[in-house]
Every structure is written in structure tokens, then in C-alpha cells.
Design a protein around this ligand. Structure first.
Ligand SMILES: NC(=O)c1ccc[n+]([C@@H]2O[C@H](COP(=O)([O-])OP(=O)(O)OC[C@H]3O[C@@H](n4cnc5c(N)ncnc54)[C@H](O)[C@@H]3O)[C@@H](O)[C@H]2O)c1
Length: 347
């Protein structure tokens, strides 16, 4: 059989190679560069085709496709969210994605995205925190100490100068895991026994809990003046984390309103509830934080452009290196019209 042509081959980043790449670059640098890549793309927001992600719901979770494109590149991610998985020894979130050339439609990169989702979600929180938190913010509360949490913390350390972290999870084993994983990072880590305890003295609060219902991880009395909140765990219809009164009192910043309306904390609020699109803050078209005592809320649900940025960043970093393997992925007959002949000759 003739070997596949060059055009048949698509670079693929496996989980093993993604881990090698992150270690080669260094996790804090990777997160800082990825934060910049996401920020660069948010700053050219109007250049993208945008649509809310396409979900398939089941009683235990959701599977979603997240597509977007600019004039030259197209990207999509396949991702699931199954909060019940953890109790069964499976991950809540797994993902993979693809970047393609708009001109020819040919794929340019296929990549694992379970790790990359945690990295880009952390980079997105860092982007929002850098834009919205008080510049002197040094202490963060991390509520929900699962798969996403260490990435969230390291990104805020690398990009926003966080030095102290107060941890809480309903499962103390999750908090113990974070304490162990981050012991050599130079961060001052405190394990807390309640969410109320965790938010004491926190300038930034990040919630990344997984539960397929409307939770109240934070109640109104827990959130003091001047705090910035990244609420990233509420990302599905009927799945929120904050008491409605916090959402009512805070100034809300969102990714793509059409998607946040269905999936974010915004789903708790009336249709005329005010919000600001984060890209407009980043481009200077809308104000971010205007007072030190203001409560800012990033209602992060995860939007396709963040995955596009992550794929683009990995493509630039890994192209032509041994962090990619070439897969025989696109059928490439010698005569483009003779696909059948190619199959027949392979008998
Ligand atoms: N916004 C985004 O872009 C984005 C991206 C990835 C994941 N997520 C969401 O973030 C959440 C966390 O993801 P993960 O992969 O870390 O999940 P995970 O299952 O690994 O961890 C979730 C943790 O939350 C804890 N928890 C549940 N309820 C809690 C409560 N009331 N108070 C404190 N802790 C609580 C659990 O014990 C668990 O340790 C999920 O809901 C996921 O869908 C959002």
C-alpha cells in the first residue's frame, strides 16, 4: 500500500506531549503566555464568528461542541461536564479539539484538550482578574478544590501576583490534594473548614465547584466590599453557584452574553439585568472596576474563543517540534476526485 502523502498528515498533540510541552515552557510561563493569547483574541472580538455552544444534555451531565472562526482559522472543542463522574472514578471534564485552515478547510492541529481546558480556563480567570480586581489584591479564596483548582491558583499567582490562598472544598481530601500539589510554589496556603472561613480577608474569590443544580456556595453576607469574584463552576442551565443577592449587588462581566444568559449566574436574573462584556473592558470601550469598594463578578462559563486561543497558542508553540506526532488523518487520493479508486487500490 502507498504510504500516506504529506497532505494526509495532521499534527496531533497527545496528552503525554502536552505535558512535556507545559514542562518545557514552565507552567507559570505557559499560563502567562496563554493569558496573553486569550486577551489578544478578546481584543479582536468582532473579528470572530460567535455562537453559543451546542449542548446535548443527559441526566448526569452534558456533552458540548464549541466552534468559532476568524478569517483565517477555525476551531472547535468537544467537551463534557459530568459532576457525578468523580464519585465513579472518572473526571468531570474531558476534552479534545481541532484547529483548521479556513482557506482550504484542512485541519492544521488535533489536540488533547482536557489539560488545555484547565489551562485556558485558568488563563481566562487570570485575564478577568487582572482587568477587574483591585491592583493590590494578594489573597485569594479557592472554593472547590477539584481538577481545575491548582491551575486557577497558579495562573493568579503568575499573572496577578497572588501570594496567599485560602482553600475550601466540601471534601477535605480535595483540599489536602491541593495543599500537597502546591507545597513548593512559594504560596502561603491555608486549608479552611467552610466557605465562610475561606473568604475571610480574600481580595479575590474563585468558585469552581461541580454540582448539577443551583448551589449557594457563597451567600450574600460572605462577600465584602472591594472583592473580585470569578464564578466558573456554574456553566450549564440549572447549574449556578452564587446566591442571587450577590449577583444583584455585584457588577457583572461576561464572555458571550447569548451563552451566559443560558448557562451562567445571569440565568438567575431578569432579562434586563445589567452586565458588561469583558472584551469591551479589555479594549477600553467600557469601564471595568471604577471604585476600590466595588464588587466585580466575572460570570465565566467558558467560551469557544478561549479554546481557539489555546489551540492557536499550542499550534504556534508546538508546530515543527517533536511535541507533535503526525497522524494519517485526511484521506488524500492522488486524483482528488478518485476517492473510490484510492480505496479500491488499497484492497
Ligand atoms: N467556566 C469554565 O470555563 C469551566 C471550565 C472547566 C470546568 N468548569 C466547571 O468548573 C467546575 C469544576 O470543575 P472540575 O473539573 O474542577 O471538577 P471536579 O469534579 O474535579 O471538582 C469539583 C470540586 O467541587 C467540590 N464541591 C462541590 N460542591 C461544593 C460546595 N458546595 N462547596 C465546596 N466545594 C464543592 C467537589 O467536592 C470537588 O472537589 C465544574 O462545574 C465544571 O463544569 C468551568
Amino acid at each position: 500500500m502507498t504510504p500516506p502523502s504529506k497532505r494526509a498528515m495532521v499534527p496531533f498533540v497527545s496528552v503525554a506531549n502536552m505535558m512535556r510541552l507545559v514542562h518545557h515552557v514552565g507552567l507559570p510561563v505557559f499560563l502567562a503566555e496563554l493569558t496573553q493569547a486569550v486577551t489578544d483574541d478578546f481584543k479582536r472580538w468582532p473579528a470572530f464568528d460567535k455562537t453559543p455552544r451546542v449542548p446535548a444534555h443527559s441526566p448526569g451531565g452534558v456533552i458540548e461542541l464549541m466552534p468559532t472562526a476568524d478569517d483565517t482559522l477555525y476551531g472547535f472543542k468537544y467537551v463534557n461536564g459530568h459532576p457525578k463522574n468523580m464519585a465513579e472514578g472518572l473526571q468531570t471534564v474531558t476534552a479534545f479539539g481541532l484547529l483548521a485552515d479556513m482557506a482550504s478547510g484542512y485541519p492544521l492541529l488535533l489536540s488533547e484538550m482536557t489539560l488545555l481546558t484547565a489551562l485556558r480556563t485558568a488563563a481566562t480567570s487570570a485575564m478577568a482578574t487582572r482587568a477587574l480586581a483591585r491592583p493590590d489584591a494578594r489573597t485569594m479564596a479557592m472554593i472547590g478544590n477539584g481538577a481545575q483548582s491548582e491551575f486557577q491558583i497558579i495562573a493568579l499567582q503568575a499573572v496577578c501576583g497572588i501570594t496567599d490562598v485560602r482553600l475550601f472544598d466540601v471534601d477535605p481530601a480535595a483540599t489536602a490534594k491541593v495543599m500537597a500539589n502546591l507545597r513548593d510554589t512559594g504560596l502561603n496556603l491555608t486549608a479552611c473548614t467552610s466557605a465562610q472561613d475561606a473568604v475571610l480577608g480574600a481580595d479575590v474569590i474563585t468558585t469552581a465547584t461541580a454540582d448539577k443544580r443551583n448551589q449557594q456556595v457563597l451567600t450574600d453576607n460572605m462577600v465584602g466590599a472591594g472583592v473580585h469574584i470569578n464564578a466558573i463552576g456554574g456553566d450549564c442551565p440549572g447549574k449556578t453557584e452564587l446566591h442571587r443577592d450577590i449577583v444583584a449587588r455585584a457588577d457583572m462581566f461576561v464572555e458571550f452574553p447569548d451563552q451566559t444568559r443560558i448557562e451562567g449566574e445571569l440565568q438567575q436574573m431578569p432579562l434586563d439585568h445589567p452586565y458588561t462584556e469583558l472584551w469591551q473592558v479589555l479594549t477600553g470601550q467600557a469601564p471595568g472596576r471604577s471604585r476600590p469598594d466595588q464588587i466585580t463578578l466575572f460570570d465565566g462559563v467558558g467560551f469557544a474563543i478561549e479554546d481557539f486561543s489555546a489551540l492557536r497558542y499550542v499550534y504556534d508553540r508546538a508546530r515543527g517540534t517533536d511535541y507533535v506526532e503526525n497522524l494519517d488523518f485526511i484521506a488524500d487520493p492522488d486524483d482528488p476526485r478518485d476517492l473510490f479508486g484510492m480505496l479500491a487500490r488499497a484492497a
